[in-house]
Design a protein around this ligand. Structure first.
Ligand code: DQA
Length: 147
């Protein structure tokens, strides 16, 4: 099983960016954590990060026929991007939404998630662990071992 893990804008600034919300580990540590989580779960993972909405849309489109599932933290585009929602619906791959912080306890403008409308599940407020939970969920539900 191949899982595409997508991270949106400013997540390349992890470690520097608002550590009270996002922790002190950097993006390289996150990708290492994701790849290790995938290995443990017996699946393949590829990580992709972009600060550009169109690049995120294109990457989701390119996942069609290549990946079996998507884990996505669209970051700020979570709350604004109908284009990312439409791309997820277009490829119709099983998708899980992740947020490092507990967005439900933050500002009102973070209370809507467009991408989440195309996702089966959301893990939030768990830091890096949310990505591991998302991978484990997808591996259990759609991985080779589930067949
Ligand atoms: C975030 C939460 C978003 O509201 C914010 O814009 C981010 C990161 C998170 O992982 O907690 O950039 O998606």
């Amino acid at each position: 099983m191949k899982i595409l893990v997508i991270n949106g804008p400013n997540l390349n600034m992890l470690g520097v960016r608002e550590p009270a919300f996002y922790g002190t580990r950097d993006y390289a540590a996150l990708t290492a954590f994701i790849l290790e989580s995938a290995r443990e779960a017996g699946v393949e993972a590829e990580c992709f990060q972009s600060n550009y909405e169109g690049d995120l849309v294109t990457k989701i489109q390119q996942a069609y026929g290549v990946f079996d599932a998507i884990v996505i933290n669209p970051a700020a585009y979570t709350h604004t991007s109908i284009a990312i929602l439409d791309a997820l619906k277009a490829v119709s791959l099983p998708a899980v939404e992740v947020h490092l912080s507990d967005v439900s306890a933050r500002e009102p403008f973070r209370q809507i998630s467009y991408a989440g409308m195309a996702c089966e599940k959301t893990f939030m407020g768990l830091g890096f662990e949310g990505y591991r939970q998302a991978i484990l969920y997808l591996a259990a539900r759609y991985g080779e071992a589930s067949r």
